[in-house]
Design a protein around this ligand. Structure first.
Ligand SMILES: [Zn+2]
Length: 216
C-alpha cells in the first residue's frame, strides 16, 4: 500500500507514524528526516542540502525529488510506504506520479489531516519540552502538574525558539500557497480522504484505519 499523509504544521502527521507503521507494516518516510540523515552522512546530496539550508532557503523541488527517488529504490519499500512531508508542492506531486508510473505503481490513498488554525497555533505556541527526558507538554492541552516543571524529572520546561506565533503564521501561509493546491489535485484523482486532525492522534488513526477497511 502506498500512502501520502499531508496536513498543515501541527496537524499530527508525525504522530500517526507509530500507529500506521504497526498497522500496515510498511515504513513511514519523512523527507525532513532524510535531509538530516544525508547531512549527517556527509554525502554530496547532503552537502548541497546543507548549503541551501544555511542560506535560509527551502530545499528545492529538484533535490527533494532526487532524495525521494533514491529512497524509493530501497528494499524495505517493496510492499509500500507512507510519505510524510512529501510531496509539498505541485511539481513534487507530478514528479511522484511519474516516478511511480515508471514502476507501474500508483498511490492508494492521500490522507489529509485537517484542523482549525486556532488549534494548530495553540499546539505550537503552547508546546513545552523537558530538556532532560524529552517529554512534551502543552500549556493548553497537556499541562504539567506543577507549572513549567516536568512531571517525571522535575526539570524546568523549555519553549523552542521557533515555536512563536510569527513563525507559525509564516509556515501556515507557505502551506496555503504551496501545499494546498495538491489537495485539489488528489481530490480530482479521487484518492483524497480528509481526516479530522483535531482529535487525539489515536482517534485520527482510527479514522484512517476505517477508511482503508471500507474500501477493501
Ligand atoms: Zn523530564
Amino acid at each position: 500500500m502506498r500512502i501520502v499523509i499531508m496536513g498543515p504544521p501541527a496537524s499530527g502527521k508525525g504522530s500517526q507514524k507509530p500507529f500506521l507503521t504497526e498497522e500496515l507494516n510498511i515504513p513511514q518516510i519523512s523527507t525532513g528526516e532524510m535531509f538530516r540523515n544525508e547531512i549527517k552522512k556527509g554525502t554530496s546530496l547532503g552537502k548541497k542540502i546543507e548549503k541551501g539550508m544555511s542560506e535560509g532557503k527551502l530545499v528545492t523541488d529538484e533535490l527533494t525529488n532526487e532524495i525521494v527517488k533514491e529512497r524509493l529504490k530501497e528494499e524495505d519499500v517493496s510492499k509500500g510506504f507512507i510519505l510524510d512531508g512529501y510531496p509539498r508542492t505541485l511539481p513534487q506531486a507530478f514528479y511522484l506520479d511519474q516516478l511511480l508510473k515508471e514502476k507501474q505503481l500508483k498511490l492508494d490513498y492521500v490522507f489529509n489531516l485537517t484542523a482549525d488554525e486556532d488549534l494548530l497555533i495553540k499546539r505550537i505556541i503552547g508546546r513545552r519540552t523537558c530538556p532532560q527526558c524529552g517529554r512534551i507538554y502543552n500549556i493548553y492541552f497537556l499541562k504539567p502538574k506543577v507549572a513549567n516543571k516536568c512531571d517525571y524529572c522535575g526539570a524546568t520546561l523549555v519553549k523552542r525558539k521557533d515555536d512563536t506565533k510569527e513563525v507559525i503564521i509564516e509556515r501556515l501561509k507557505a502551506y496555503h500557497e504551496k501545499t494546498e493546491p495538491i489537495i485539489n489535485y488528489y481530490q480530482e484523482k479521487a484518492i483524497l480522504v480528509n481526516i479530522d486532525g483535531s482529535k487525539a492522534p489515536y482517534d485520527s488513526f482510527l479514522e484512517i484505519k476505517s477508511a482503508i477497511e471500507k474500501s477493501k
